[in-house]
Ligand binder design. Structure first.
Ligand code: NOJ
Length: 530
């Protein structure tokens, strides 16, 4: 077995929300032929891998996160032949393809659930979580689903409730049933056999539920608000210790392929030690685990340094962290972190890409694309649409702007895209490609520095400076200095002498020398070779 870092540990991944990335057949919805068309762009950008948001057949109650056939391709997105061609064409460009796997729940239209509904003695009844009502007929316990409603829906025919941690159209699977393990091991082998490089695992922390269905308790001081559902600690309807068994088994399957396949978990875990546990302490588990404390941190020096340092110190030996700032659920960093200030966007890109380990960019991050205000009448996400106090997730799922003009090159002029655009006159690929000082060209430069091993390495990270505005760290022969504030700063860093600028939020500074006394304008950031 090789002992150095493996490719995924330092990789730049790129998440494609397929419906929104590129429309190959001109119907206003992105699709797999569109992704194939866009591969040359990704190759130019330099990313190592793509993660495709759900591609499997689905009634789309949750846009693919309600799977009705785990071994198929959603007809609106393309065919199996398209997916095979995508894997092949991406491979020719040295881009690995990860699919989204949804093992926590199926669609209520999945044949397993349809059979389960036929009665308590149905073959697949045990694939799902059923429970009798309380004596007064109310749901079995206090668990709530992602919308805040009871997580149980009554099946009137049998008088039993079934569990859904998301929508009623997404019944939770029962991982206490060994047959569910066998099904998913078969599913992952099916896709690995087709050359898929791995999976992003949806709700990776959620698979097992407390066997005796205990009530979720009240919150405690210090609980991260995002770790609660319906105001309760979600310790019994998810985050059960048994889930680790699943990933130990899957890791063995993934490692049995040549090249080994990669498992990237959507792990909503806020304790750094528990997050690290998903990577395996005694035995290997997931290869990578998303870091939501980082995603949800403010773009401020002290909180970010704290979450990064605590994450690194809690990782198992030899494991790598993964950093991301946007996705199709939490929104886009350009809006969430940067309030659409292009200076802050550049600083955030430097920060993200200079950290040790893997990075996942969300499509449009490279342009500094912000969230789009989608009017209620055009909102498509049932989970968040029109819910008071909650931003609709459609704001960060709008189509990729490729070029100026009608429909921004996403789909043909005159066709209505499945979600509307914002104003992207400058945040589009063609415009930014031609501008050496654009976010896109900065991002591409950062990807190249990561690829050549100059930044993003896994060597020990040493803090050089931290105050309310500035964070600086040394890593593998580089020093990153970030002014995460809207004010200019001047700092004297402990450097041996002037250092060559590898990267700077102002493109014209690259190649020059800076330090040890450093002046940075508002939201300026640099990486120096030291
Ligand atoms: C996490 C996915 O990212 C989200 O979009 C989805 O609604 C839930 N899991 C349920 O599958």
């Amino acid at each position: 077995m090789p002992t150095g870092p493996r490719w995924w540990q330092k990789a730049t991944f790129y998440q494609i929300y397929v419906r929104s990335w590129r429309d190959g057949n001109g119907d206003g919805t992105g699709d797999l032929p569109g992704v194939i068309e866009g591969l040359d762009y990704l190759s130019w950008l330099g990313v190592d891998a793509i993660w495709l948001s759900p591609t499997m057949p689905s009634p789309d109650a949750d846009w693919g996160y309600d799977v009705s056939d785990y071994k198929g391709v959603h007809p609106e997105l393309g065919t199996m032949a398209d997916l095979d061609r995508l894997v092949q064409e991406a491979g020719r460009r040295h881009i690995a393809v990860l699919l989204d796997l949804v093992p926590n729940h199926t669609s209520s239209a999945h044949p397993w659930f349809v059979d389960a509904l036929s009665g308590p003695s149905a073959e697949h009844r045990g694939y799902y979580v059923w429970a009798r009502p309380k004596p007064d007929g109310s749901p079995p316990n206090n668990w709530t689903d992602a919308t805040g409603a009871p997580a149980w829906t009554l099946d009137p025919a049998s008088g039993e409730y079934y569990l859904h941690n998301y929508l009623p159209a997404q019944p939770d699977l029962n991982w206490w049933d060994e047959r569910v393990h066998m099904e998913f091991e078969d599913i992952i082998r099916f896709w690995f056999g087709r050359g898929v490089a791995g999976f992003r695992i949806d709700v990776a922390h959620g698979l097992y539920k407390d066997r005796s269905l205990r009530d979720n308790p009240q919150p405690r001081d210090g609980d991260h608000p995002a770790s609660l559902t319906g105001g309760r600690r979600t310790v019994y309807n998810s985050r059960r210790p048994e889930v680790h068994k699943v990933y130990k088994r899957w890791r063995q399957v993934a490692d049995s392929y040549d090249p080994p396949r990669v498992l990237l978990g959507e792990t909503w875990e806020f304790d750094p030690k528990k997050l690290g546990d998903y990577l395996g302490r005694q035995e290997p588990e997931l290869h990578l685990a998303f870091n939501f404390p980082f995603v949800l941190s403010p773009l401020e020096a002290r909180p970010l340094a704290s979450v990064v340092e605590r994450t690194l110190s809690a990782l198992p030996r030899g494991a790598a962290p993964v950093w991301t700032a946007s996705n199709h659920d939490v929104g886009r960093f350009a809006s969430r972190w940067c309030h659409d200030d292009p200076r802050a966007v550049r600083a955030a890109l430097v920060l993200l890409m200079a950290l040790p380990g893997a990075v996942v960019l969300y499509y449009g991050d490279e342009l500094g694309l912000g969230d789009v205000d989608v009017p209620l009448g055009r909102q498509r996400d049932l989970m968040t649409r029109g819910r008071p106090g909650q931003a609709c997730r459609d704001r960060c799922r709008t189509p990729m702007p490729w070029a100026p003009g009608d429909n921004y090159g996403f789909c043909p002029p005159g066709v209505q895209p499945w979600l509307p655009f914002g104003d992207h006159q400058t945040t589009n690929v063609r415009h930014q490609r031609d501008d050496p000082g654009s976010a896109l060209n900065l991002c591409r430069h950062l990807v190249a520095l990561r690829k050549s091993g100059q930044i993003g390495g896994l060597g020990p990270m040493e803090r050089l400076w931290l105050d309310d505005q500035v964070w600086s760290f040394r890593l593998d022969g580089t020093v990153t200095v970030l002014n995460l504030s809207p004010a200019p700063v001047a700092r004297e860093l402990p450097l041996a002498g002037p250092a060559q600028v590898l990267c700077h939020t102002s493109a014209s500074a690259v190649g020059g020398h800076l330090g040890p006394a450093l002046e940075l304008g508002p939201w300026e950031a640099t990486v120096l070779a030291c």
